[in-house]
Design a protein around this ligand. Sequence first.
Ligand SMILES: Nc1nc2c(ncn2[C@@H]2O[C@H](COP(=O)(O)OP(=O)(O)O)[C@@H](O)[C@H]2O)c(=O)[nH]1
Ligand SMILES: Nc1ncnc2c1ncn2[C@@H]1O[C@H](COP(=O)(O)OP(=O)(O)O)[C@@H](O)[C@H]1O
Length: 204
Amino acid sequence: MIDEKGILFILSGPSGVGKGTVRKRLFEKATDLQYSISMTTRAMRPGETDGVDYFYKSKEEFENLIEQNELLEYAKYVDNYYGTPRKYVEETLAKGLDVFLEIEVQGAMQVKDNFPEGVFIFLFPPSLDELKNRIVNRGTETEDLVLNRLKEARKEIEMMDAYDYVVVNDQVDHAVAKVEAIIQSEHLKRERIAKQYKKILEAE
Ligand SMILES: Nc1nc2c(ncn2[C@@H]2O[C@H](COP(=O)(O)OP(=O)(O)O)[C@@H](O)[C@H]2O)c(=O)[nH]1
Ligand SMILES: Nc1ncnc2c1ncn2[C@@H]1O[C@H](COP(=O)(O)OP(=O)(O)O)[C@@H](O)[C@H]1O
């Protein structure tokens, strides 16, 4: 059978590289992708909406979701849990729609175990100095945490080999264009495979 499921795209990379920024810009343009809204225990920030930016959960609620195997992956990040709802992803893919995840690296590696056929995109900083600048400028971390994040980033960058694509986030628009090109080329690849499969069937 030809796989008529949608494609799962995973955008990941070190903290501060610009995952959220690139994802938001992409979704201002792309309409065919379904963004999987994550669950989190972190507090809602001003301007955020429950069910739009995240589904906000208490620690107890989140731990229940883990126990009931409701999460495709989850990770602890700065003392808060973040996770991807399994049902939404599986059901949306089954409808033939593409799903897009924007998650940190530990979570992406768990998705890889469950969905090796997913398309894994690693967002890469132009340099470690620039990564540091972005973390500092974002202003959400103390100096100690910035150093911690950079140490983590070095380890995360070593995981790059597990990904299908690497996109340098030099300028947001350039990075978004590259992600769009990846999505388009993955579709073409699918179509080509489906055509070849049809030919083989017809020849039989
Ligand atoms: N593993 C995992 N990471 C997530 C998920 N949702 C968001 N993240 C990541 O969690 C990190 C923190 O996100 P957030 O609290 O919104 O703060 P940000 O640092 O301003 O983007 C980012 O690296 C996100 O990519 C998820 O469902 N699973
Ligand atoms: N291409 C870019 N050039 C300059 N600054 C950027 C770029 N992409 C993101 N940023 C900035 O870097 C900081 C971290 O971006 P963010 O999207 O929060 O990263 P992540 O989601 O990977 O932790 C933010 O202040 C954001 O505005």
